[in-house]
Design a binder for this molecule. Structure first.
Ligand code: ZN
Length: 63
């Protein structure tokens, strides 16, 4: 989701410009959401890698 075109209800300027505290708070929140949504697939891949490594290690130990 992009916030480039969001207009602030407080100062009527684009939120991305961060002209007032409301803008800055919204911009920070949206950036955090973007960051988290970008992070989740990476976290899943990392978790999968850890699981595969654990299974490989267990298989190696029992063999
Ligand atoms: Zn504003």
């Amino acid at each position: 989701m992009t916030y480039d075109r969001l207009v602030c209800a407080n100062c009527a300027a684009p939120v991305s410009e961060g002209r007032c505290p409301v803008c800055r708070a919204n911009r920070e929140r949206l950036q955090q959401e973007n960051f988290l949504s970008g992070l989740n697939p990476m976290a899943l891949i990392a978790l999968l890698a850890v699981l595969v490594a654990a299974v490989a290690l267990l298989a190696h130990q029992t063999a």
